[in-house]
Design a protein around this ligand. Structure first.
Ligand SMILES: NC(=O)c1ccc[n+]([C@@H]2O[C@H](COP(=O)([O-])OP(=O)(O)OC[C@H]3O[C@@H](n4cnc5c(N)ncnc54)[C@H](OP(=O)(O)O)[C@@H]3O)[C@@H](O)[C@H]2O)c1
Length: 325
């Protein structure tokens, strides 16, 4: 089968598609014919060897995919041949076939295209869990989304609106702010401009943001926390800026605000009931078409480099998807 293969931690341009052996089934595993795989920020770091943990070489990148079950190990139930599935794995999605643990797969809801299936699950799951379960976002509250045009950011814009919040989308370019507003944000904010906190103050009538959704990190997080409303919640999603900020503890005290961590990778193990509730809600919104997830740009398999480049040059609008099958 054909697969994108990372053979050395090198420039993205040097990664190629290779002919490799089709993966073997083992107990607990399901073999899926991949139709589409998504490329997120972390995938961009992994292929360059810049992620916090390095994968042994060679490896096939791609942590999110959608496809159709080809066959399953004898001990696996619920994944008959032909079942459409979405997978969230460590690696391996950018290939014609993948063997994934049944626990890492969900059955794709009806009417969901592979490009949507591959790209929405992790980001919208993160956004809904963060905003509802961690941030307790209430209808009528103000939500400030940092990095609002990125993959996980645009998901928070849409979910924030569905939860009844007033959403302020902060992003670095007019194109990105317009993109977020096209998908429901009530206002855009240029957080690269001096004085952006004054503009936020004006936009919120002096109140500040009740909930801050923060996948960016760095100095921006420290600035944003200073603009949090009393009883506000600042959700730590990630550090796309490359810098983990250090918040002085006097700020939560003075602002009456809370800093809350969000980690999609741990929800299933630590809060399985909450995970199930979040997935049920997401799939209900999808089937009612209350939620139409944003698919960023779709690339052909041979053009997979472009998907990675979009992630590493801060130019992506939404999530990048590679059509495999
Ligand atoms: N906690 C979780 O469970 C979870 C789940 C999913 C993702 N994440 C994390 O969330 C972060 C964002 O992921 P993503 O897939 O949404 O990435 P993305 O699509 O690239 O979006 C990140 C946004 O961050 C902003 N940014 C600011 N400085 C940047 C820089 N130096 N380089 C790149 N972007 C920069 C960019 O917006 P502007 O240009 O507008 O500033 C960009 O749109 C990552 O750290 C990822 O690991 C966490």
């Amino acid at each position: 089968m054909k697969a994108v293969l990372v053979e050395s931690y090198d420039r993205i341009e040097n990664i190629t598609i290779r002919e490799v052996a089709k993966p073997e089934l083992s107990p607990g595993m399901v073999r899926v014919r991949v139709q589409a795989a998504a490329v997120g920020f972390v995938d961009g770091l992994k292929v360059q060897g810049l992620y916090q943990t390095k994968d042994p070489l060679p490896f096939i990148p791609g942590s999110e995919f959608a496809g159709v079950v080809e066959d399953a190990a004898a001990d696996v139930k619920g994944f008959a041949s032909g079942t459409p599935v979405i997978g969230l794995v460590r690696n391996g999605g950018l290939a014609e076939y993948i063997c994934a643990a049944a626990a890492d797969l969900v059955v794709t809801p009806k009417g969901i295209d592979p490009e949507v299936g591959a790209s929405f699950f992790a980001n919208y799951h993160t956004a809904l869990y963060a905003l509802s379960s961690r941030g307790k976002l209430q209808s009528g509250e103000t939500l400030l989304v940092l990095g609002a045009a990125g993959g996980v950011g645009i998901a928070a814009v849409q979910i924030g609106k569905l939860l009844g919040a007033r959403v302020i989308a902060a992003a670095s370019t007019e194109e990105k702010r317009q993109f977020a507003m096209k998908f429901g944000a009530d206002a855009g904010l240029d957080y690269t401009r001096d004085g952006w906190r004054d503009e936020l103050k004006e936009l919120t009538g002096g109140h500040g943001a009740d909930v801050i959704y923060d996948p960016v990190g760095g100095d921006l997080s420290l600035q944003a926390f200073r603009s949090i409303a009393w009883n506000g919640r600042h959700l730590v999603i990630g550090f796309a800026s490359g810098t983990i900020p250090a918040l002085r503890f006097n700020l939560p005290l003075l602002k009456g605000g809370a800093l809350l961590g969000v980690d999609l990778a741990q929800i299933g193990r630590r809060e399985p009931d909450v995970r199930d509730q979040v997935i049920t809600q997401l799939f209900a919104w999808l089937s009612e078409k209350t939620l139409v997830p944003v698919v960023g740009k779709v690339f052909a398999f041979e053009e997979f480099h472009e998907a990675f480049k979009a992630m590493t040059t801060r130019s992506a609008l939404g999530k990048m998807v590679v059509r495999v099958g």
